[in-house]
Design a protein around this ligand. Structure first.
Ligand SMILES: [Zn+2]
Length: 285
């Protein structure tokens, strides 16, 4: 009997993406199940930080995504040393043009403007391009009378752009003001983590502010606080704490985000521009 006939597969035969490690509890999760659970850990409930593609998969109606304003030039207004190279590297690493994705998306049939920030692009920081894309998106939606849903994730204003980065705060706030004047809904979803100049501008200006469970948030991030040597209890900078203290309207698990947005748009969009009738041909006159 040829005992050596059984061939065991080598480790190299196992696809590398079959399992994923939870970055909070470090348990291994079966990738397909993890994805089906919208990248929420089944062992500890941690909501993984998502890429734009993953975020769109969790909220957008199939085939409804149209990207806008992806063609802005790289901005290096202060010619900050090594910044241009850093931007190029971030573009290559993430496949994104900047730290925010902007476009039009349908959610439960509601056509809205959407912004999604990606932490992987220089910490999701806000420089000129991020501020400009957010502003252009809002202005376009005011023009077309659409609501806007903004998924925030950011370390704050981008240091390499200094004052130019800080100027994006009033600029984006003024754009949100235009939405208010036009009586259009502006909904923000704060995800892990949301800090700094983004917290202090368009993130906390939502007519309704949602936050994903467990998300870290606040004005100064933990590293800045460390520098000041101030002592703040760790739970202060969480979505749960902010919710209990009235800074956030709804604390939601990721599986509830899409349905919550559909409900809110249902209530807040008075004359949905793109909720076309299913072509029944019945005209009311
Ligand atoms: Zn976990």
């Amino acid at each position: 009997m040829a005992q050596g006939d059984v061939t065991l597969g080598s480790l190299e035969d196992i696809p590398a993406d079959l399992w994923e490690e939870c970055s909070a509890c470090h348990q291994l999760l079966y990738s397909r199940e993890f994805e089906a659970a919208l990248w929420v850990c089944s062992k500890c409930g941690y909501h993984k930080r998502l890429t734009v593609e993953q975020r769109l998969a969790t909220v957008a109606d199939e085939g409804s995504v149209q990207e806008l304003f992806a063609d802005l030039p790289l901005a290096d207004p202060l010619r900050f040393p090594e910044y241009h190279e850093k931007l190029e590297q971030a573009r290559q690493k993430t496949g994104m043009d900047e730290a925010v994705w902007t476009g039009l998306v349908s959610i439960g049939g509601h056509r809205v403007g959407m912004g999604i920030m990606d932490l992987a692009f220089i910490g999701g920081s806000m420089g000129w391009v991020v501020g400009e894309k957010v502003t252009l998106l809002i202005e376009r939606c005011v023009e077309e009378r659409r609501g806007v849903v903004m998924f925030c994730a950011s370390g704050g204003a981008r240091m390499q752009e200094s004052l130019v980065a800080l100027m994006q705060m009033p600029k984006t706030c003024a754009a949100v003001g235009q939405m208010n004047q036009a009586r259009l809904p502006y909904i923000t979803v704060l995800t892990d983590p949301t800090y700094g100049g983004v917290t202090a501008s368009f993130a906390f200006l939502g007519d309704v502010i949602l936050a994903e469970k467990g998300a870290a948030m606040g004005f100064a991030g933990p590293r800045v606080i460390q520098i000041t040597k101030m002592k703040i209890a760790p739970e202060v900078q969480t979505a749960e704490f902010q919710y209990e203290h009235g800074m956030i309207d709804l604390l939601v698990g990721r599986e509830q985000v899409r349905d919550t947005l559909v409900d809110l748009l249902e209530w807040l969009v008075p004359h949905p521009v793109d909720r076309q009738s299913s072509g029944s041909g019945v005209s009311v006159g």
